[in-house]
Design a binder for this molecule. Structure first.
Ligand code: SF4
Length: 438
């Protein structure tokens, strides 16, 4: 594949910028004008071309479109409805784009497919035709491994269904709830914690169920934080999301609303100026974005994150630690650096939940700790996520950290730093004992 020159790379980004609109008003007070006639808000201030952008992705998507969708105009390819309508949802469609390995082929011989297949054409353009072990391909293409149940695996390992006072509303912590809006996703991840329900059509954003959920939240004053998830909430229409957010905002004790989404990675076309304009009415609104691998950080994804961040939405990432996909320090370092450039704070690194059929994705817990140790001190503190296990049975997230304490005496504690050098820190209790009375 030919390398893109930096001019070609820049024009690809400018192409993506064309249909962009500045936010309806500045996300923070506009700078004071010193001269009459200057624009109040200049886009050139907010857009900076990201460095080290994933050049392969630009070339790959171009070549893919030329080969498989030559007749499709840019305005269709960049339209999220078109992308959703043309998702790859069957083995015969999959075979048009990929040469399937025996493990992938055989996944379709089982009658009861565990997780439905769904891949947007955009995300498919990032998958290599001939490399079944490619990280992105493994996250969305089913294999026979999904049908093995390992000891300790459950269909609902987090016990969400037993903490649901209303269908699709999980109330596990006193002050916050998880509200599932839909079971539809733009792309279905093969390691999904909610594989028991996604794509089944049992959770939808219908008024009757959601009215019951709003009523429960309204009648529970302890709830100050509502997390909207699914499925993917951003696959709903702007009008539906507007209605849901307006209802939640009308509840006085709901202080913040968060949205969990993988859309910027698998369907970045969904992030439109209209969506951002609607979302920004409902601040404080936060977003947790699901990213798995640095190859997901394409120009399209950069643009989607930039629009959300310019809309004043704080962005954090959630990443599941997956064997053979992102379980090494080089990949994780590249991912957190890409996220930081996209203005997404690496927030959580999850140990893969023991969901039925995900044993082939799970790493030893030591691997996660080793990765955190490889990040801490070696990159910006902001770029280091919290490594957590979501405790089976509904125990909540439990953080796991490398142990930096190597010893303790009566006077000092011994600590190791990121370079494995040992430092001592005086124990104040001991020193305070000798402090003279004033
Ligand atoms: S986007 Fe989230 S909810 Fe949807 S399949 Fe992936 S992990 Fe599951």
């Amino acid at each position: 594949m030919q390398e893109l020159t930096s001019n070609q790379e820049e024009s690809a980004l400018i192409e993506l910028e064309k249909d962009d609109e500045p936010p309806s008003e500045p996300p923070c007070p506009a700078p004071r004008l010193v001269k009459e006639g200057l624009p109040r808000y200049s886009r050139s201030i907010v857009f900076k071309k990201p460095r080290n952008i994933n050049k392969d992705a630009i070339q790959r998507t171009r070549a893919f479109r030329k080969r498989f969708f030559p007749e499709v105009a840019d305005k269709d390819w960049n339209n999220w409805h078109w992308q959703v309508r043309h998702r790859i949802c069957s083995q015969s469609q999959l075979k048009r784009f990929l040469r399937l390995s025996a493990e992938e082929e055989n996944a379709f011989t089982c009658l009861d497919t565990k997780i439905p297949l769904g891949i947007t054409p955009y995300y498919m353009s990032l998958l290599p035709e001939d490399i079944p072990e490619h990280p992105l391909r493994r996250t969305v293409v089913p294999t026979l491994h999904e049908f093995f149940k390992m000891p300790g695996e459950e269909n609902d390992p987090l016990g969400e269904d037993t903490h649901s006072p209303v269908h699709g509303l999980v109330h596990r912590y006193p002050d916050r709830v998880l509200l599932l809006l839909t079971d539809f996703c733009a792309a279905f991840c093969r390691y999904c914690t909610r594989s028991r329900m996604i794509g089944r059509g049992t959770i939808n954003a219908g008024g009757a169920r959601l009215e019951k959920a709003f009523e429960y939240i309204r009648n529970t004053p302890a709830i100050r934080d509502v997390l909207l998830s699914g499925g993917d909430p951003l696959t709903l229409s702007d009008a539906r999301l507007d209605w849901i957010l307006a209802n939640l905002r009308s509840i006085p004790h709901v202080e913040i609303v968060r949205i969990g989404s993988k859309v910027p990675a698998v369907l970045p076309q969904r992030v439109t100026p209209q969506l951002v304009k609607m979302l920004r009415k409902y601040h404080p609104l936060w977003m947790s974005l699901h990213f798995t691998h640095p190859d997901e950080c394409t120009p399209e994804t950069y643009k989607a994150c930039r629009m959300l961040a310019d809309g004043g939405i704080p962005l954090g990432s959630q990443t599941v630690l997956l064997k053979g996909i992102n379980d090494n320090k080089e990949t994780m370092t590249a991912l957190v650096h890409q996220l930081m450039k996209m203005r997404v704070k690496p927030y959580y690194l999850y140990q893969c939940d023991p969901v039925t059929g995900t044993g082939h994705f799970r790493t030893p817990v030591e691997k996660g700790i080793e990765i955190i140790r490889s990040l801490r001190g070696h990159t910006s503190g902001y770029a280091v996520p919290h490594y957590v296990i979501d405790a089976p049975g509904g125990g909540g997230k439990i953080p796991l950290m490398p142990d930096y304490v190597v010893g303790k005496t009566a006077d000092e504690i011994l600590l190791t730093n990121y370079e494995d050098k040992i430092f001592s820190y005086p124990l104040s209790e001991k020193h305070n004992e000798n402090r003279p009375d004033l």
